[in-house]
Design a binder for this molecule. Structure first.
Ligand SMILES: [Zn+2]
Length: 437
């Protein structure tokens, strides 16, 4: 079977949009009735007022800061964001808290199952099937993503090996021992496992991984291709967040990502005004409304994810709205010396042209009223010393071409930069007044 849900995944767009508007009206009325946040926020707006996509503009966006504020109320710890009786909550999860106080996410059994079903679409689209024995090399802790991946792969009929509680070396040997043939990963950790395997004298391609789904960080094309090259298998991407759930994923055509419709109503809005939808090929901010989740209703949630809108058709036959590319977080897009800069461009250059660079960090500082941008790079210890200066000069040149900025390139000794498994923070803006999230 080609689709997880053949009916929904091939519905004509007009039908999908009608269903989404109808679900939207329902969730709006429900949220007003059951959540303190929306009772106050949406005074004067009723579900029936929303008859077209144009009408959505009348509803203010919701952001993380508001969720944090409202969860300070009773009942502890969810407060005014709760959409159900607290006695019905069966699952506690939370955001990572890297940008401030975490948001606590309440799910009832029913709404948790809704999240799992959305995840089944992500995995099935990426070609995961019952024949796969999936290795998940993480401790799941209180975060949602890997728990969702875990339960969704079970629902799909795959076999799931939880690989937490081991170090990287232990994980590599476990993959070989149980003959795992698929993996969920973060791009950074995928590359790290490959690096570690090589240190152990194991070719990552010989691990036998047939497909990999990545999450957690924007993955430039060059990073995905590098993972595909070292593991010799297709690698798929998806996008989501703790609050809205995973809302789009890559199909086997590997040409952008499909929004999981009609589970989510996704708008891609002009970055400056946050008002109108952008056209195909343009960049905008993803605003997401999960349409079937009631324990924690979210209406027009501003994900702060910058994406490029794709064309709404695909070789796979699915009819859903498409994302061409994830650019990064709105918070990461900065002006440096008057030039708009995205850290993702640097990663793209390094993964594409500099196989010898194993880890890097970008630092922006202000010295004598001037912005100074530096790249700290760590190369493979096996690289001959005579080549290091050459790499440095090439980095400077390639980064200038890609970003229009002159980088101060600093070569660091092996092992001196931090290694990440989740939520890599390779961009540091030290200028006063610039938020460094
Ligand atoms: Zn497709």
């Amino acid at each position: 079977m080609k689709y997880w849900n053949p009916y929904l995944e091939t519905l004509p767009r007009g039908d999908l949009e009608r269903i989404e508007l109808s679900y939207f009206r329902n969730i709006l009325s429900f949220a007003k009735e059951h959540s303190i946040l929306y009772r106050e926020k949406l005074k004067g707006i009723e579900g029936r007022d929303i008859q077209s996509f144009d009408d959505l503009k009348r509803i203010p966006l919701t952001d993380k800061e508001e969720l944090r504020r409202y969860q300070e109320m009773e009942p502890f710890p969810y407060g005014g964001i709760l959409g159900t009786d607290i006695g019905k909550v069966t699952t506690f999860r939370q955001t990572s808290g890297t940008t401030g106080k975490p948001v606590y996410v309440p799910e009832t059994y029913e709404s948790w199952q809704w999240r799992i079903e959305a995840w089944c679409h992500i995995l099935y689209m990426a070609g995961f099937r019952p024949r796969h024995r999936i290795f998940l090399p993480f401790v799941y802790n209180v975060y949602v993503a890997f728990w969702e991946g875990h339960y969704a792969s079970e629902k799909l009929g795959c076999e799931l090996i939880p690989g937490g509680g081991l170090d990287t070396k232990g994980r590599i040997y476990k993959i070989l021992e149980v003959k795992a043939n698929a993996m969920m990963n973060t791009p950074t950790y995928g590359l790290h496992i490959a690096e570690e395997a090589k240190n152990l004298g194991i070719d990552p391609a010989s691990l036998g991984i047939e497909r990999m789904l990545c999450a957690g960080e924007p993955m430039p094309l060059a990073t995905r291709l590098r993972l595909e090259q070292v593991y010799r298998c297709p690698v798929y991407d998806h996008i989501g967040g703790t609050e809205p759930c995973a809302w789009a994923g890559m199909c086997e055509a590997q040409d952008g990502m499909h929004v999981i419709e009609p589970f989510f109503l996704v708008e891609i809005l002009d970055r400056e005004t946050l008002q109108k939808e952008v056209e195909e090929g343009q960049m905008g901010v993803a605003v997401v409304t999960p349409l079937g989740r009631r324990s924690f209703p979210l209406i027009r949630f501003n994900t702060k994810d910058l994406v490029i809108r794709g064309k709404d058709s695909c070789a796979c036959g699915r009819t859903s709205k498409k994302i061409k590319e994830v650019v990064g977080r709105t918070d990461d897009l900065r002006k440096v010396r008057g030039v708009l800069f995205s850290p993702k461009t640097v990663e793209e250059v390094i993964r594409r042209e500099f196989q010898e660079v194993e880890e890097f960090e970008i630092v922006v500082e202000r010295r004598d009223l001037m912005d100074v941008i530096s790249l700290r790079a760590e190369v493979n210890p096996r690289l001959p010393i005579s080549s290091i200066e050459q790499t440095k000069a090439r980095l400077k040149e390639s980064l200038k071409i890609a970003t229009n900025l002159s980088f101060n390139v600093i070569m660091e000794p092996p092992g001196s930069l931090p290694r990440y498994m989740l939520k890599a923070k390779r961009f540091k803006d030290m200028r006063e007044g610039e938020k460094n999230e």
